[in-house]
Design a binder for this molecule. Structure first.
Ligand code: NAD
Length: 354
């Protein structure tokens, strides 16, 4: 990696912009040389945090010191800011969702190619440890071949902030958490999606979805449920996955969880019927003693580099991106299919997003 630090200017110094600034402080190859936000009080917050602020976005574009523009504004302005930055000769890191449609992203990619600059989308949750544990289990078949993956995030705070409530600004939970969960899933499963069903919820009466469920069927046999909820006062586990040899659960981001697998060493004894409610059941009786083994979760799979280090290696021509634009395009395509499935109340099968 280069000893020289690459200069970054952050556009949008809100929640995520200020978080990027903190994280970049710990990176040996990147340096935030300034920020720009439309709002005076966010400009003031940046000065208070010790950064130089630009007076306008145009000032950022014409500053030859600026190598990288990092975009952390609301979703609706990602495209125009990215295109202007690329045309001004800057590399771009853009927050997710990079665009509000596949067509918009294709336009951004055309400009990046024309300008010969790198555009990389901050799909940071590929580095989440809980996801990387699932990746490890999927790839190593720790609980046998996985055939069902349930990935959920639940909160009880409704839709946060302001612009996330507004459709024209790219609000709603499918475009917010949905992008992360779908990106993780498609990064994990290298197989064509053959059908999609979905439901968007509007419990809180906003013009955008406050949650959704999508069921995806993959050609390799995996079925996935992706669910985001913002009205869940009791949360379901972050991950629930089933393999041919066992089941795994990850409760939360702190990796509370376990795997339970079939015990091949035990003599199979039929479970005894139990009373359940006012009835009797053998089907739902717990496995007989010794029939299963409970173990800790495996350690997480590793990615070759952090997001920022990978980005630096990509702009220096030393590595391929971990988050590829083809993958990002595939997720945007899938999101369009999920919206269509929800609107039409149909199983959508006639698409090609491999
Ligand atoms: P936010 O509202 O906290 O911050 C956005 C900031 O952008 C505000 O300060 C606003 O004044 C500023 N802004 C708006 N339009 C601008 C413009 N044209 N030029 C300059 N500044 C402008 O929002 P947030 O929660 O920080 O989200 C910002 C982006 O980051 C969104 O795209 C969101 O999806 C993404 N995000 C990503 C993650 C992640 O983990 N990858 C987490 C949170 C948010």
């Amino acid at each position: 990696m280069s000893s020289k630090k690459h200069s970054v200017v952050i556009i949008g110094f809100g929640g995520m912009g200020s978080y990027h600034a903190q994280l970049i402080k710990e990176n040996a190859s990147l340096e935030v040389i300034g920020t720009y936000d439309l709002l005076d009080y966010r400009q003031a917050a940046s000065v208070e945090a010790g950064y130089s602020v630009y007076k306008s976005f145009e000032d950022v574009l014409v500053d030859p010191q600026v190598e990288i523009v990092l975009i952390a504004t609301p979703n609706d302005v990602h495209t125009e800011i990215t295109i202007d930055a690329l045309r001004a000769g800057k590399h771009v890191i853009c927050e997710k969702p990079v665009a509000s449609s596949k067509a918009e992203f294709e336009e951004m990619l055309a400009v990046a190619a024309e300008a010969n600059r790198i555009l990389m989308v901050h799909q940071n949750r590929r580095w989440d440890e809980d996801f990387l544990v699932i990746k490890e289990m999927y790839e190593r078949e720790t609980i046998g071949t996985l055939f069902q993956i349930e990935s959920r995030v639940h909160g009880a705070n409704g839709i946060p902030g302001d612009w996330r409530h507004i459709k024209a600004q790219g609000g709603g939970m499918l475009l917010d958490w949905g992008v992360h969960l779908l990106d993780q899933l498609l990064f994990l499963i290298d197989s064509k999606i053959t059908s999609v069903t979905s439901h968007l919820s509007y419990i809180l009466g906003n013009e955008v979805d406050d949650g959704f469920e999508a069921i995806l069927q993959f050609e390799n046999g995996v079925k996935a449920l992706i669910e985001v909820g913002t009205t869940n006062f009791i949360t379901l586990p972050r991950w629930y996955v089933k393999g041919l040899e066992g089941t795994a659960i990850i409760e939360d981001w702190s990796l509370t969880g376990k795997i339970v697998t079939r015990n091949h060493d035990s003599v199979i004894i039929e479970p005894k019927p139990i009373r359940a409610g006012v009835g009797l059941t053998k089907t739902m009786a717990p496995p007989s003693e010794g029939a299963t083994v409970t173990e800790a979760l495996p350690s997480a799979a590793q990615l070759p580099s952090s997001f920022y280090d990978n980005f630096v290696a990509v702009i220096e021509g030393k590595a391929e991106p971990i988050v590829t634009n083809a993958e990002v395009l595939r997720v945007l395509n899938l999101i369009e299919v999920i919206f269509e499935a929800a609107e039409t109340h149909q199983v959508v099968q006639d698409f090609d997003i491999y």
